[in-house]
Structure formats: structure tokens, C-alpha cells
Write a protein that binds this ligand. Structure first.
Ligand SMILES: C[S@@+](CC[C@H](N)C(=O)[O-])C[C@H]1O[C@@H](n2cnc3c(N)ncnc32)[C@H](O)[C@@H]1O
Length: 237
């Protein structure tokens, strides 16, 4: 999988891409992340990427031309290398809220382009040149880079071979195996800590009973914490 990231601050990604699971996926050529610096597509001798808003108002708006030029350059480079064009995702608090079903859908694309905004956001016409818009949640950040990292992390870990034990992504919160519910409680040693004991059933060696207990715990916890997940129509996920 290729992930192209359009950003004014590629340096924000350096440690992220070298570390942990994403770093391993890159090293093992399961994923490739191309950082595309928006400034390189800026206009004039100052490589300008933003301008004041029509109609007045505070702050600056990202211009449409540099962003479209960056997206076209990504696809041209891909075509030259025999790679697929990118599925373009605009990062904006106005997009559809990113969640696990979307991570699964995005992980099926061979090439994603994540477009990080800054300042007051994008010229509205940018929206005509992307396939979808994604938000990390109902809050406003200064830029799209943290959202891009979250999407990269959630998406790349679903690629076959990235997690040491592929089962660890199939029986976790929001997974199909748990019918979209939250994961059951997990414990490790010690068996007792300051009066808090590990439930005895987990040391019983009876796998069928452990599975039944986990399923019940998963449902109970989902009902208590996220009742919205309990009756969700999952047919579209
Ligand atoms: C300060 S925000 C612009 C917000 C915009 N003026 C609005 O009210 O919708 C700058 C950039 O940060 C990114 N951003 C901020 N919050 C985000 C969120 N919740 N999800 C995804 N991206 C976000 C977007 O790329 C956005 O263009």
C-alpha cells in the first residue's frame, strides 16, 4: 500500500514513520509513505500556498492550485511507476467522522492520498478534486497532520503481515469477530495486585468457558459504555 501525504510540515512525520508498527511496515515494504511538501507546489517566487479569504474575515485560506498540482503530481509519479492513482482523502473537521469501518475500507485501497490543511482550511473548490473528506472528531486542530497520522496508524495495522499476530486485529474493539463491540477486559501477571484479582475463570484452562466469559464481558461493557454501538446497523461496514 502507498500512502501519499500532502503537508506543509513533512518533518512532523519523520519520527512517526521510523517508529513502532508503522516503521516496521515501511521497513518490510508492506506500506510506503511518500511525504509530499505542499510548499514545492506554491506559487511565485515565495512559493505561496495561501491567500486572504474573499468576503473578508480573519486568517488565511489554502489556495486550490497548489493542492491540485500536488495531487496531480502524485498521480503522475504513480502512473510513471506503474502504480495506481491515489484515492484522495481531505482531512477536515467537516468530513465524515473517521472510525474502524472506514479504516478497513481505506486499507483496501492500494494508494491513498491524505491532504492536510492548515490555517483556516481549504478553498472550497479543493473539495471538487477529492474522493472523500474525513474528520478525526468534533474538535478543531491547527492542522491535518495528527489526523493523517491517526489514519495511517489505524489503516496500516490492518494490512496483512503488519501485526505480529494477525489475530490481534481481528478480536479487538470494533472488529467483525466481536460484532463491532468493545473488547473484553484483558489481564496479565500478577494474579493479584493490591486487592484486585484476575478473574479465576481466566486461569481455568477451559477455553470454551473463557470464550463465553469474554463474549459476555464484551457485550456488558459495550452496553454500559457505548450503547450506540449495540444496535448499530453494520451491514454497510
Ligand atoms: C484550523 S483547521 C480549519 C478549520 C476550518 N476553518 C473549519 O472551521 O472547518 C486547519 C486544518 O486542520 C485540519 N483539522 C482540524 N481539525 C480537524 C479534525 N477534527 N479532523 C481532521 N482534520 C482536522 C484540517 O486539515 C483543517 O483544514
Amino acid at each position: 500500500m502507498i500512502i501519499s501525504v500532502v503537508t506543509l510540515f513533512p518533518e512532523l512525520f519523520h519520527v512517526f514513520l521510523e517508529t513502532s508498527m508503522v516503521g516496521r511496515a515501511v521497513e518490510e515494504h508492506i506500506a510506503r509513505v511518500d511525504l509530499v511538501e505542499l510548499r514545492a507546489f506554491g506559487l511565485g517566487k515565495h512559493k505561496s500556498v495561501d491567500d486572504t479569504p474573499y468576503g473578508g474575515g480573519s486568517g488565511m485560506v489554502l489556495r486550490v492550485e497548489p493542492i491540485v498540482a500536488a495531487l496531480e503530481a502524485i498521480d503522475e509519479r504513480a502512473a510513471a511507476g506503474g502504480e495506481p492513482a491515489a484515492h484522495r482523502v481531505l482531512l477536515t473537521p467537516q468530513g465524515a467522522r473517521f472510525a474502524q469501518p472506514k479504516a478497513r475500507m481505506l486499507s483496501a485501497h492500494p494508494h491513498l492520498a491524505l491532504i492536510c490543511g492548515r490555517y483556516e482550511g481549504f478553498d472550497e473548490r479543493v473539495r471538487s478534486f477529492v474522493h472523500e473528506e474525513a474528520s478525526l472528531g468534533d474538535f478543531v486542530m491547527t492542522g491535518g497532520e495528527v489526523a493523517a497520522m491517526a489514519i495511517i496508524e489505524a489503516t496500516v495495522r490492518l494490512l496483512p503481515g503488519v501485526l505480529g499476530n494477525d489475530a490481534s486485529s481481528t478480536s479487538e474493539s470494533f472488529s467483525d469477530e466481536l460484532q463491532g463491540a468493545l473488547e473484553y477486559p484483558q489481564y496479565t501477571r500478577p494474579a493479584e495486585f493490591r486487592g484486585h484479582s484476575v478473574p479465576a475463570i481466566l486461569s481455568s484452562g477451559d477455553h470454551a468457558r473463557v470464550d463465553a466469559w469474554r463474549r459476555a464481558q464484551s457485550l456488558e461493557r459495550t452496553h454500559a459504555r457505548r450503547p450506540d454501538l449495540t444496535n448499530k446497523d453494520r451491514s454497510s461496514t
